[in-house]
Design a protein around this ligand. Structure first.
Ligand SMILES: [Fe+2]
Ligand SMILES: [Fe+2]
Length: 177
């Protein structure tokens, strides 16, 4: 489940790092659920890929728009690498989204995407976030936390609307669009 304003813990509110790490856990859970599916569970696989795509894209967008620009002060090289890694994640996610859930390559694509994200998340949590925490200090972090959550609420709303819009469009309207 995505973190909306309603189900967010109050104490989580101001810490941007806890907020991002909670989203990492959420993505990991979705991968676990996906890995438990069989090739016959095509509907479930499709739904899970949809949820995963929104969770990953929302998280990537707020890091890119709000967190990384601040993180650059802490470590420019790691920040630039992180942007590049997001692009690789999007490429692998795109491949997965276009794969038929019953296809033999489906699980291979899930696993490659998962392993790549694991590597990225580990670097963020073990090296990058601690550096940013140290550089920004308490006050800077608190301010960043507020902007990050505001950005997340906006991004998630846009992504969910996009999802509903494209689901509403029938193949015929798409042909003549
Ligand atoms: Fe990231
Ligand atoms: Fe992240």
């Amino acid at each position: 489940m995505t973190q909306t304003k309603k189900n967010r813990e109050p104490e989580q509110k101001l810490n941007p790092i806890d907020f991002l790490e909670a989203q990492h856990r959420e993505v990991e859970e979705l991968f676990e659920e996906l890995e438990d599916t069989s090739s016959r569970a095509t509907k479930t696989r499709r739904q899970l890929v949809g949820k995963l795509a929104i969770a990953i894209e929302a998280h990537a967008q707020i890091e890119e728009k709000v967190f990384y620009p601040e993180g650059r002060q802490a470590d420019e090289e790691m920040t630039l690498e992180a942007y590049e890694e997001h692009n690789t994640v999007r490429y692998a996610l795109g491949r997965l989204k276009e794969t038929e859930p019953a296809d033999k390559t489906f699980m291979a694509r899930v696993v490659v995407l998962k392993e790549f994200i694991e590597h990225h998340v580990e670097e963020e949590e073990q090296e990058y976030f601690p550096k940013v925490r140290k550089t920004l200090g308490k006050q800077g972090l608190m301010e960043l936390g507020v902007s990050l959550q505001k950005a997340y609420d906006e991004v998630i709303e846009n992504l969910e609307n996009e999802g509903t819009e494209s689901a509403k469009r029938s193949p015929e309207t798409e042909l003549y669009a």
